[in-house]
Write a protein that binds this ligand. Structure first.
Ligand SMILES: CC(C)(COP(=O)(O)OP(=O)(O)OC[C@H]1O[C@@H](n2cnc3c(N)ncnc32)[C@H](O)[C@@H]1OP(=O)(O)O)[C@@H](O)C(=O)NCCC(=O)NCCS
Length: 306
């Protein structure tokens, strides 16, 4: 049967599945006849690389560094299909997940670090469902305010229903029109044409150092816990990095933001705007983060007033 070549069809029918166990790359000893349960092999001028289960590598006494989960894209892709590998690796790269691709006759196989297997599956599932991250447009604003109202209807601080309109809605309305608004950092997540998430980062400062304050971030309650918030967090960081921003600060649950590399701001010399925020005020230093930063973070006007 001929494999699929249409990229859109391929992406909507990826059906990623994880094989059981861990897999490793190892160099096969020069001159030794090939034996054992080898899953894939590549001959190079320097020697023969084999990919096999970690258990089998241990049994054969082969050494390895990279321990991977093996994800098979169960869609039957044609070998001449254009763009599938690029789309999959771009999505995983955005999520900060390294990926080695092996193409078989029927399927593509991805070897990602074992610890990232769950996240990689989320990313691939969202890619298949057509998650689009794009710049916010002024005509989105009413929908984004409504989304924020739905997301914050239960207070993330108390876990209780909020009386009236959540304060994040008014703050977002003001952020759209404040001088600290940065259009490329107001990012909308769309699934099948429907707005399902939004995140905004605006100008903030520590002393004279310009950086970013992230928030609010909202994912529609029906679509939470499917990786959309994570995709928005990764997109914010990669856009900020590309724009040469030195770092991003936010207030929230360290159990969530820690997974994106955020750590309490005081470990980087930055104090929260309100001392009582303590460990909940966190910072992600980017590659331009300077040495010797000391001071208290200041949010843009609308957030400073909260
Ligand atoms: C916070 C929010 C943006 C996360 O988006 P999401 O799409 O649900 O998140 P993801 O699917 O990427 O990640 C889900 C994981 O994060 C965890 N998580 C989500 N919100 C969390 C929170 N506030 N504290 C701790 N963990 C949280 C989930 O338990 C889940 O964990 P698991 O992967 O171990 O199951 C979304 O839940 C939301 O809009 N909440 C309401 C508004 C809000 O609280 N905004 C942030 C205020 S600081």
């Amino acid at each position: 049967m001929a494999g699929e070549t249409d990229l859109k069809t391929l992406l909507t029918s990826l059906r990623p599945a994880v094989r059981e166990g861990d897999y490793v790359y190892a160099l096969w000893p020069h001159g030794k006849p090939l034996a054992g349960d080898i899953e894939a092999a590549v001959r190079e001028a320097e020697g023969l690389t084999v990919v096999l289960s970690r258990t089998e590598a241990d049994r054969l006494g082969l050494s390895y560094d990279f321990v991977a989960a093996w994800i098979t894209l169960q869609v039957h892709s044609a070998l001449e299909a254009v763009g599938l590998t690029a789309a999959v690796s771009a999505a995983l790269t955005k999520a900060g997940i390294s990926c080695n691709v092996l193409a078989g006759f029927h399927h593509d196989h991805l070897l990602v670090p074992s610890d990232d297997a769950g996240r990689a599956l989320d990313v691939l599932t969202l890619l298949g469902r057509g998650l689009v991250l794009r710049d916010e447009q002024p005509e989105d604003r009413e929908a984004l305010l409504a989304l924020t109202a739905e997301a914050f209807a239960i207070s993330p601080v108390t876990g209780l229903p909020v009386d009236g309109t959540p304060i994040e809605v008014g703050a977002l309305r003001e952020l759209f029109d404040c001088p600290e608004y940065i259009p490329a950092l107001s990012i909308v997540a769309e699934l099948g044409g429907e707005i399902v998430g939004h995140v905004i980062s605006t100008r903030g400062w520590v002393g004279e150092l310009e950086m970013l304050g992230l928030g609010p971030i909202s994912v529609h309650p029906h679509f939470q816990r499917q990786g959309i918030g994570s995709a928005l967090m990764h997109e914010s960081a990669s856009r900020a990095e590309a724009a040469g921003e030195p770092g991003i600060a936010l207030v929230g649950n360290p159990a969530y933001y820690g997974r994106f590399g955020y750590a309490p701001s005081h470990s980087f010399g930055v104090e929260p705007p309100h001392a009582e925020w303590g460990e909940a005020f966190q910072l992600l230093p980017l590659s331009g983060w300077p040495d010797g930063v000391r001071g208290t973070f200041r949010y843009s006007g609308p957030l400073a007033a909260l």
